[in-house]
Write a protein that binds this ligand. Structure first.
Ligand code: NAD
Ligand code: IPM
Ligand code: MN
Length: 345
């Protein structure tokens, strides 16, 4: 029996996870679930945002489903030493699982073009896969400090770290339109020069049939809004990928509909890309679509169940034509949208 560890986390995490778990149980009743702590709640209960019991469980399962972690701007969690904060728990989890490639698909679902702030003709064309490097760059580089009146972080990458994530992007492109855009800031940063060289070399030696472009991150931020249809697969470093994926999330209408899969050599990690949304937590109005679609990615990438994944994606698309949460301009609740998805399955 496949085992999935569920980490509901903080804020709206438990609300969106509850909906997503109902969907998982309906399409794959054989999957065994185990619940564990992560984030601020985990710190409050155990003194660690990534307790040992959680580490043990995630290293011994087939896949991990995560809600969200973190508190509001004024949360006491934000005054803890950095390694004890909720977000550190998430970073430690990603590191422990070795999930270096974060896939963030951005698609405007057919029939839901009106949810996009973009003109319908532009929205229709959007089908981008952002491949974000997840274990390197400023997030994990040990060269960081606050020293007196100054502070620094470092964006370091090795060739091997770039090669392994670029490979994921090229492989994904093979199953799509066959185009990769590598996003960097090579006009200013040495680390981008290395990044660009590694991606180009991998292309020339192993993926010559994929169309490869290199573009600067500032320009991509603009073009993702102006002409998003020009992109198929985007591959980029950790921080650029974090920012570009929230930007791209505007296109389908809300952060709340964006799923993700983080993959490495062990169990995969599946989570919506949004945060704990402290402004709406506890109100029962969070959009569970991103987490439900993350379950679809879990079934596809970790359990090899493509048909079930597709069923979920179709059900979410159909449900959103009938029920919309406030982030999409509707009056529906998390529970109502979740129930609509279940009904469509
Ligand atoms: P956020 O993504 O939590 O919220 C941004 C805005 O989007 C808010 O207005 C929120 O209400 C809305 N929103 C987000 N998800 C939604 C959903 N499913 N349905 C409806 N509306 C939704 O970003 P933030 O406010 O910058 O961060 C809040 C906390 O979450 C911080 O502590 C941050 O560190 C954390 N965070 C965690 C993750 C994660 O767990 N992966 C990701 C991003 C931010
Ligand atoms: C995300 C989040 C995280 C990140 C934070 C909460 C550590 O913004 O998953 O996009 O920056 O990776
Ligand atoms: Mn983010």
């Amino acid at each position: 029996m496949p085992k999935v560890v569920v980490l509901p986390g903080d804020g709206i995490g438990p609300e969106v996870c509850a909906s997503a778990v109902e969907v998982l149980q309906k399409v794959a009743p054989d999957v065994q679930l185990e619940y564990h702590l992560l984030g601020g709640g985990a710190y409050d209960q155990t003194g660690s945002p990534f307790p040992d019991a959680t580490r043990e469980a995630v290293l011994n399962c087939d896949a991990v489903l995560l809600g969200t972690v973190g508190g509001a701007q004024n949360s006491p969690w934000n005054s803890l030493p950095r390694p004890l904060r909720p977000e550190s728990g998430l970073l430690q989890l990603r590191k422990a699982l070795g999930v270096y490639a974060n896939l963030r698909p951005v698609k405007v679902m057919p029939g839901l073009e009106s949810l996009s702030p973009l003109r319908e003709d532009l929205a229709k064309q959007v089908d981008v896969l952002i491949v974000r490097e997840l274990l390197g760059g400023a997030y994990f580089d040990p060269r960081r400090a606050i020293e007196g009146d100054s502070a620094y972080n470092t964006i370091g990458y090795s060739k091997a770290e770039v090669d392994r994530v670029a490979r994921v992007a090229f492989e994904a492109a093979k199953t799509r339109k066959g185009e990769v855009t590598s996003v960097d800031k090579a006009n200013v940063l040495e680390v981008s020069e290395l990044w660009r060289g590694v991606v180009q070399h991998l292309h020339d030696t192993e993926y010559p049939d994929i169309k490869l472009e290199h573009e600067y991150v500032d320009s991509v931020a603009m073009l993702l809004v102006k002409t998003p249809g020009r992109y198929d697969v985007i591959v980029t470093e950790n921080l650029f990928g974090d920012i570009l994926s929230d930007l791209a999330a505007v296109i389908p209408g809300s952060l709340g509909v964006m799923p993700s899969a983080s993959l490495g050599d062990g169990p995969g990690l599946y989570e919506p890309i949004h945060g704990s949304a402290p402004d709406i937590a506890g109100k029962g109005i969070a959009n569970p679509s991103g987490t439900i679609l993350s379950v679809a990615m879990l079934l596809r990438h970790s359990l090899g169940r493509d048909a079930e994944a597709k069923r979920i994606e179709d059900a979410v698309q159909a449900a959103l034509t009938e029920v919309r949460t406030p982030d999409l301009g509707g009056k529906g609740t998390t529970q109502e949208l979740g129930a609509a998805v279940l009904a469509m399955l």
